[in-house]
Design a protein around this ligand. Sequence first.
Ligand SMILES: NC(=O)c1ccc[n+]([C@@H]2O[C@H](COP(=O)([O-])OP(=O)(O)OC[C@H]3O[C@@H](n4cnc5c(N)ncnc54)[C@H](OP(=O)(O)O)[C@@H]3O)[C@@H](O)[C@H]2O)c1
Length: 306
Amino acid sequence: MSDGRAVLVSGATGLVGGRLVPALLSEGRPVRVLSRDPGRAGAGRPGTNVFAWDGLRWPAEALGALDAVVHLAGEPVFGGLLTAARRRRIRESRVESTKALVEAIAELPAASRPKTFVCASAVGFYGDRGDEILEEASPHGSGFLADVCVDWEAATKPALDLGLRVVNLRIGIVFAREGGALALMAVPFRFGAGGPLGDGRQWVPWIHADDLVRMLQLALADEAIAGPMNGVAPEPVRNEVLTQALARQLHRPALLRAPAFALKLALGEIATELLGSRRCVPRLALARGFSFVHAALESALACELG
Ligand SMILES: NC(=O)c1ccc[n+]([C@@H]2O[C@H](COP(=O)([O-])OP(=O)(O)OC[C@H]3O[C@@H](n4cnc5c(N)ncnc54)[C@H](OP(=O)(O)O)[C@@H]3O)[C@@H](O)[C@H]2O)c1
């Protein structure tokens, strides 16, 4: 239960944070946000206390007397070719910032440490797994994103020794009209050039943004939740099914298949992440009684694209 102390949210200006912050405020929770651009962050988020940071060093004044930290910040993964510099930024903004947070919390007197630490992770943890059903207990896979996620989750572990409850939310593809994967996926359809990626057989673990926010709220409130938690809808779909559903929603054809080799040529290594198959299910959330508003794909797409 919340004790009236604040929740600190990093990445509050992002796709997920942008919906999480108002939801926390409407629960009556005081919210502090961290941003590399505090002016922009404050303008869009009345009712929050905004703190500047550099994406790595957590300002001590933001950390005192917190109930919880939700760490969502990170260099966008699908923001261009995976150059060495981008790989470094993707990793550092997640793994090193998490290590820095735990170190900063360790400096606090025990009584003023937050009780709960919810750290984003991603379904990328599982790598490319064909038709295997992936629950929280499933082992990690391989590849760049899997390695980042493994290290990102490992960086939270020392927080357990400090007495915090830690939740590693392995987030799926978030569907939101503001941007992210759904907006990108919709572009070729709008030009009549939509179609399955590769052979279209890969499983896509998606989640509606509002359900993800409610899952984050559950992770903050339910003291029985700890460790990895899949942040996905209960019905992952194959890419070809998603493609057809997008085409129906946008009233456009889905005729143009994007062959795997062309994707790899155009996008480089990040294409393997789009072509990878992850049949993730939200075992823990369902076990804790979570009920989805958008359990079905058509409902999620209609809500965000309709
Ligand atoms: N959206 C998805 O489909 C999805 C799927 C799986 C996992 N996730 C994970 O969930 C978390 C939140 O996702 P999101 O979609 O809300 O992310 P997002 O929209 O890309 O926003 C993340 C925020 O992180 C901050 N940020 C960006 N680059 C940074 C850097 N180099 N160093 C430090 N901070 C940086 C930015 O805040 P400021 O500019 O205000 O500092 C940004 O608003 C991310 O860690 C992401 O990897 C998301």
